[in-house]
Design a protein around this ligand. Sequence first.
Ligand code: XMP
Length: 429
Amino acid sequence: MKQDMILILDLGSEENPRLAREIRDLGVYSEIYPHDISPEELKALPGVRGIILNGGPNCIVDGVEIDAGDHVYNGPVPVLLAGVKGKHPWPAEPEERKAALSRFVFDTCGAKANWNMENFIADQVELIRRQVGDKQVLLALSGGVDSSVVAALLIKAIGKQLTCVHVNHGLLRKGEPEQVVEVFGKQLDANLVYVDAADRFLDKLAGVADPEQKRKIIGAEFIRVFEEEARKLSGIQYLAQGTIYPDIIESGTKTVKAVKSHHNVGGLPEDLGFQLVEPLKMLFKDEVRACGVALGLPDEMVYRQPFPGPGLGVRCLGAITRDRLEALRESDAILREEFAKAGLAGKVWQYFTVVPDFKSVGVRDGARTFDWPVILRAVNTVDAMTATVEEVPWGILKGICDRVTREVAGVNRVLYDLTPKPVGTIEWE
Ligand code: XMP
């Protein structure tokens, strides 16, 4: 293995992710495991140079104070008991904290600052090969950042032993399915099964106006399509997933309760009978992007703005119709183009269009029109719990209005949504 690692064992601190980040910022790789890691699990971890038992307010679980096993204390590497009240609290001052950490990591443990993406990728390639052997792996490739980076990593590690299934549910943005086929099918020469299921999804959604019902239908249909494809393939033993560290944090640990349950792509059921391959599960989002860049994925894929699983389905308000979906896809593409041209694409967190299910009167070439409006939304946020509205310069808004009303069929009005979250949510449905 190319990288040294400092292991953090969770003794009830909510600060473990921050600590892992701080150690990685020193240039040393770090991973977090539950306090009750078994001797076998511990032995199997590569490159461990030291262990930090990081305690905190959640150290009492089911009425008992948790602790690590003797094998941790009596093992071959230095152990630091930190953070626990009265023992070795971390200094509050950032520079002192960094110095304390650095003394343990470098002086006590003798770790080398060799954490970088090239080494991470080299290690993961080896670990994936070790885990998978000569078996076959399946991946639901949505084209989102996480599944794309997993795909690229697995292609590097096991090539044609990976089969990617891309389900086009007809609710993707303009050019997205084509990009998946181009990048993974052609450039990276992956085994790619492309499923055009647009009609199937739209038929299922016909006449359904309730947002949660729409989400349920899209989620359930996704699983059905994916399972059908999985059944056609024989000899698959592993399922790869783009789980990343924030998903794991949100799902809760043994000492911290779940914020929300983790739904991977489309919420695949656990009873498919596969073992999981999750090579990104210890990475933070910016590290996942850096990994994607190092693997040679295009910037538009790696720096893609967040896009909801149900896709354009929750932006074509009410019961989805094909004409409004088309207007939505085209107006969204124009918005993205104009934001890119204006240098806003990398700056604004999320921006998209919405097409409501009512019409308004307009006039074009001297004749009355009765067409759909398009709503523009552009927001900034840190964690999507609250959001502020981007103050897009007037000239850019006017340019977008001009293009949308000229180029998108069935649209005669453009509006800008001024509502922060709260009171509005980011999406309209
Ligand atoms: P809201 O609308 O709740 O959105 O303010 C917060 C963030 O979550 C995204 N979002 C979703 N993502 N499935 C997803 O994968 C969904 O059903 C869904 N609904 C909202 C939204 O795009 C924003 O980034």
